[in-house]
Design a protein around this ligand. Structure first.
Ligand SMILES: C[S@@+](CC[C@H](N)C(=O)[O-])C[C@H]1O[C@@H](n2cnc3c(N)ncnc32)[C@H](O)[C@@H]1O
Length: 237
């Protein structure tokens, strides 16, 4: 009986994996519909668990649980009051960060696809967060960075404490340079996390790594490889 149970469990795992592999493209509407209908509204843990449940069987763009744990650790360590996320998608990483922000903390999250931005925003609201805690900006990262200072409220006057980049790896370096040029990174210290989705290689991070290694304003470079690169920017001595 035990053997049959194990075979059955292995069979179901293999079936779920195969479904995920042949399941086709990531569908933001399907992700949203699943999370919206299956989670308990107002319960952030339920929202995250429902995302994980969906991602176990379907193609998903949300960061996985290993990346999520690294992100949680960074947010708890840094205690940031102003966070910028580039690449919101359906709101999984946004919700993950929001639940760990201090009471006065604020998240600005950027998504260039208007439908995705609307659906992601709804998921953040369903998780129980209010508009004074977050703002969704529908724009490409390059366009919004130029005017981002307009969206930073009094809380964020000293600049951003944490930036999560999980949008387009081709934009990682240009956006980092733009954030620096616009003086949006907190001069006494801002951590920037770059998600690496190319398993087994750091190709997506090569340009950024070359830049931060040569620039003395980047004090430490932590590689939570193969998933995340974390750099600390500090302008003041
Ligand atoms: C990998 S997904 C983000 C996943 C999300 N961080 C999570 O874990 O739930 C990348 C998202 O970034 C958006 N995106 C891609 N390039 C962008 C850009 N240049 N500016 C803003 N958003 C962008 C895509 O539309 C997509 O929804």
């Amino acid at each position: 009986t035990r053997c049959r149970h194990r075979v059955s469990s292995l069979y179901h795992k293999a079936l779920a994996w195969a479904r995920k592999m042949v399941g086709g493209k990531v569908c933001v509407r399907r992700t949203h519909a699943f999370v919206f209908t299956q989670c308990t509204h107002g319960k952030v843990d339920s929202v995250l668990e429902t995302f994980d449940l969906y991602a176990a069987k379907n193609p998903s763009l949300a960061i996985d649980q290993d990346m999520g744990k690294i992100l949680d650790e960074a947010v708890m360590r840094l205690h940031p009051s102003s966070v910028l996320e580039l690449g919101m998608h359906c709101g999984y990483s946004s919700v993950r960060m929001l639940r760990l922000l201090p009471p006065t903390g604020k998240l600005i999250t950027v998504e260039m696809d208007p439908l995705t931005a609307d659906l992601g925003e709804e998921i953040i609201l369903v998780s129980g967060f209010k508009h004074h805690q977050f703002q969704v900006l529908t724009s490409s990262s390059a366009n919004i960075i130029r005017t981002l200072h307009l969206f930073l409220d009094q809380n964020c006057r000293k600049g951003l404490d944490l930036v999560l980049m999980d949008h387009d790896p081709q934009q990682y370096l240009p956006d980092l340079l733009a954030l620096q040029k616009e003086e949006l990174l907190c001069s006494s210290g801002c951590s920037i996390l770059f998600i690496n989705r190319t398993r087994g290689s750091d190709e997506d991070l090569r340009e950024v790594l070359a830049h931060v290694t040569l620039n003395p304003k980047y004090l430490s470079i932590g590689k939570h490889l193969p998933f995340i690169l974390e750099v600390l920017y500090k302008k003041d001595d």
